[in-house]
Design a protein. Structure first.
Length: 59
C-alpha cells in the first residue's frame, strides 16, 4: 500500500478542501402568496408553480 513521503501542509490541505462547502439554496418570493420558496419549485403554502395550481392545499 502506498504511503505519503511527506506530511501534507495545512495550506495544501485547505486548498484541496476549498470547494467542499455547502451552497445556500436560491430563495425567491411566490408571486401568488408572497411567501419565500425555493426557485423552480412548487410553493408549499399555496401550491402554485408558474401561475397554475399544481397541488391542492385546501385539505
Amino acid at each position: 500500500m502506498a504511503l505519503p513521503k511527506k506530511k501534507t501542509s495545512k495550506s495544501k490541505r485547505n486548498m484541496r478542501r476549498s470547494h467542499d462547502h455547502l451552497n445556500i439554496p436560491g430563495v425567491s418570493l411566490c408571486p401568488q402568496c408572497d411567501e419565500p420558496k425555493q426557485s423552480h419549485r412548487v410553493c408549499g403554502t399555496c401550491g402554485y408553480y408558474k401561475d397554475r395550481e399544481v397541488l391542492d392545499t385546501t385539505v
